[in-house]
Design a protein around this ligand. Structure first.
Ligand code: ADP
Ligand code: GLC
Length: 485
């Protein structure tokens, strides 16, 4: 079979730069696709963290003027990833996150910063990096959304295009007055082009103009076609539902492997969880929780935002404590939530511990040491932490939405009788239902035999990229076949 060349365009990639699951996906999918005859190169912005980590990059194209300054397109391999790095200091060489300054305020020139990424993605797609011409350009999220628009309006032969939605809540919507600045022709400003509610929609443009659309779970693919989940894009998505596929994410099973995880206190395997007992004690110690073997230790690893429903957890904390539970929370984000959990930890020493911040090692320790992992999201395109939890034997307790609904089998009486349960689900997503899920989990854990079975089922679940990568490879082949390739 002929190797398919795919140019991925993404604003984050693990381990070089990460704010969320998008980076994990962009970092792990290329390796998994290699086994299916797909060779991926990824175009990313040259943020300071990226240029500092990547050595020996080679310039493959120079731009005298790219959205306000000179830029170089560089090619390099780093952490096993084949990369194109857009080195444009006027756009990316600044402190803060990829999207916002140190005070959390979005960069004013985000439209130009990510239009530049898309413009260069389109250029590479058209053969602009000498010696390389991809069969498919695969854009991830709004930051890469204009790639398909530039390819479309440039005219002429172009590669196939795929647009993936990781989170519809972030749409990249900007002022219509920028049209010319962004190098988009006047005729692109129509509902069939980049126009979106009177402005320019980056994600909208990608969803309108790409050959195929994907999102990261089958349930989320259905949800985004409804008024509740579509966030304004449901009409467009319903109209293109035959082009839209939900493909679940996986996790990098080399990075997330309890049998050989250098970040945890004691490794363990599904057949022998002795190490896990040590990891649980280590977690209690690090979060200053009482060394109580009977408490159900609930873990959280999350961005602290409305999406993740952690305000509901704040409401449910009295019930969690009344049930003899403990909480180990790692998260960063909204000020109000950060304060809420810090206050709760002060009010309930020994029962509630929280670490506010972003820390990979602590994330691994929570997965290895918590009895259960809470993910009470209001919506969740896929979610990766519940997949890690399955693999680490932390029983996931999740809202029945999006990818959470698709990846956890609720411990209902029937599923328990059939011996297939892997976690606990609750719906609708509100405080009282979360409380009852917490109670149900604590009760479940008191029955050691059942708990062991649920844990073992979770650990036996395939959360790797193997199956999803096959689906992406099939999708790429379908696009190529459709376009007569
Ligand atoms: P999202 O992308 O919406 O934030 P996902 O569950 O898809 O949610 O991915 C989140 C990723 O970020 C996971 O790899 C998770 O372990 C990691 N993560 C989230 N918050 C933190 C944190 N505070 N510290 C370390 N890792 C975190
Ligand atoms: C987004 C979603 C999350 C998903 C991740 C990777 O950040 O919020 O559910 O797992 O992207 O696809």
């Amino acid at each position: 079979m002929k190797t398919i060349e795919v140019l991925a365009v993404a604003s984050e990639i693990y381990p070089l730069i990460k704010t969320g699951g998008l980076a994990d996906v962009a970092g792990a999918l290329p390796g998994a696709l290699a086994e299916h005859g797909v060779a991926v190169r990824t175009l990313i912005p040259g943020y300071p963290a990226v240029t500092a980590a990547v050595k020996g990059a080679r310039t493959v194209r120079a731009y005298e003027h790219l959205f306000g300054g000179p830029a170089r397109l560089r090619s390099a391999t780093a952490s096993g990833l084949r990369l194109f790095i857009l080195d444009a200091p006027h756009l990316y060489a600044r402190p803060g996150s990829p999207y916002a300054d140190e005070g959390g305020k979005d960069w004013r020139d985000n439209p130009q910063r990510f239009a530049a990424l898309a413009r260069v993605g389109a250029d590479i797609g058209l053969g602009g990096a000498t010696g390389y011409r991809p069969d498919i350009v695969h854009a991830h999220d709004w930051q890469a959304g204009l790639t398909a628009a530039y390819l479309h309006y440039d005219g002429g032969p172009r590669p196939g295009t795929v647009m993936s939605v990781h989170n519809l809540a972030f749409q990249g919507q900007f002022d219509a007055a920028l049209l010319d600045d962004l190098g988009l022709p006047p005729q692109s400003f129509t509902p069939d082009g980049v126009e979106y509610y009177g402005g320019i929609g980056f994600l909208k443009a990608g969803l309108r103009l790409s050959d195929r659309l994907t999102t990261v779970s089958p349930s989320y693919a259905a949800e985004i076609c409804t008024a509740d989940g579509g966030m304004g894009l449901e009409g467009l998505l319903r109209g293109r539902a035959d082009r839209l596929t939900g493909i679940l994410n996986g996790v990098d099973t080399a990075v997330w492997n309890p049998a050989a995880d250098p970040l945890i206190a004691a490794p363990y395997e599904a057949e022998n969880l002795a190490g896990r007992t040590a990891d649980r004690a280590d977690l209690q110690h690090r979060f200053r929780l009482e060394p109580d073997p009977d408490a159900t230790v609930f873990g959280v690893v999350s961005r602290l935002s409305w999406q993740k429903g952690l305000d509901l957890l704040l409401e449910a904390l009295p019930a969690l404590i009344a049930e003899g539970g403990q909480l180990a929370l790692l998260g960063a984000g909204d000020d109000g939530l950060q304060r809420g959990f810090a206050d709760a930890a002060r009010a309930h020493p020994g029962r509630i511990g929280c670490i506010i911040g972003y820390d990979e090692a602590t994330a691994h320790r929570i997965q290895a040491g918590a009895d259960a992992l809470l993910v009470p999201s209001r919506f969740e395109p896929c979610g990766l932490t519940q997949l890690c939890a399955l693999r680490y034997g932390a029983v996931p307790v999740v809202a029945r939405v999006g990818g959470l609904a698709d990846t956890v089998i609720d411990a209902s009486p029937m599923a328990l009788a059939a011996g297939v349960a892997t976690g606990v689900q609750f719906a609708p997503v509100n405080g009282p239902m979360l409380e009852s899920a917490i109670r149900r989990t604590a009760r479940l854990r008191r029955d050691r035999a059942i708990w062991k079975q649920v844990q073992a089922n979770g650990m036996a679940t395939d959360v790797s990229w193997r199956a999803p990568a096959r689906r992406y490879a099939e999708l790429y082949r379908a696009v190529i076949a459709e376009r007569g390739g």
